[in-house]
Design a binder for this molecule. Sequence first.
Ligand code: LLP
Length: 424
Amino acid sequence: MDYLHDFHRVKGELVCEKVPVRRIVEEVGTPAYIYSYNTLVGHYRKLVEAFSAIKPLICFSVKANNNLAILNLLVKEGAGLDIVSGGELHKALKAKCPPMRIVYASVGKHREEIEESLKKGIFCFNVESPAELRAIDAAAKLQRIRARVALRVNPDVEAHTHAYITTGKKETKFGIDVKTAVGLVRDHKAYSSIEIMGIHLHIGSQITQAEPFIEAIERGSEVIKAGRGVGLEMAWINLGGGLGIIYKDETPQTPLAFAAAVLPLLQSLKVRLILEPGRFIVGNAGILVSEVLYMKPGPNKSFAIMDAGMNDLLRPALYGAYHEVVSVREPRPQNGHGLIDVVGPVCESADVLARDRKLGDVQSGELLAILGAGAYGSTMASNYNGRLRPAEVLVRGNRWAVIRRRDTLLDLTRHDVVPHKLIG
Ligand code: LLP
């Protein structure tokens, strides 16, 4: 990767673009997510440039980060959005995304979600089963419109990533196998309120090489050819998301290398391209800043007990994911601490943010930054253990703004009801 992110050190202190992280935290407190505008937009533009020869529609994957300010800034750059629920549809529209730039995946779209998406006129549904195709057909018929769909093909390829984020193997719940998809396009006349526009492939996340994508396109092209054989244009291919980033020592393909690998195939298939990147755009653009509450020496190593935990950033607990942890002030050389586990306050042994780190002379009261936390950080946060979800801040140059206020105690009880009487 030629460009990672816009967090660096100035006189030893961590800054985001031109704003010292400490200065933000003095106002908003911890834990807090801090995002760099330049990094976000820079990554988006890199993809646009790499694929400029075929002018793709790049739909940012809302599940990676659904903050309205972030969605809105990407939409202003020209991005579309990839959604997976009625809730994300709502957010996409609130972020002023034109409906014709919205694509909708998910194995379990509810009837009401389908109806609402049709009413709003989204660009396309990525259909994950024959039963769902029938449901969309029926809903479109009722509204007297034609629904645009791409068939999500499960190409049965190995993406070489974590098992929990592999989606293109036949054992997973995602997509339609090639044979069934070929059957559906051949039988397209049976779905009179559907327009099959092409195929969708999303084979997993944090994929560092082009080969699995190429294999997937090759398998998916059978469906395109079968569709064209029966008179469908099959003008679109959606390659999904999945582009890997650097968390530790990965060597992911650059957008240019990725484009060079897949463009010839796409051009020979004469298809237009949709991409649904999430992590690639926002992953390295965000950090989670947290205070060390206590240092606790253990028999083999010490614990830095933080005010952020697995409820704020779930990835290490859920996937054993690695996130780099750095000091916000100038790191001091090691004293007697030795290896440190950076842990949260949540009552679970899995509440470990980072294991066996050399962090120098860490003291209670100081700030640590967890890097690469922009994607699947705040969106996977919860109120578990009665914890308030963190504040979020966006930095652009030497200015910044709060883009999500920290939860309040009221947020913890807002939806609960103590009933006066029971029904029935
Ligand atoms: N399109 C579809 C249909 C998806 O399911 C996903 C992610 C994306 C696009 C975006 O993928 P990306 O470009 O971000 O790799 N929580 C996990 C990642 C789950 C990914 C789910 N689907 C993590 O923290 O690693």
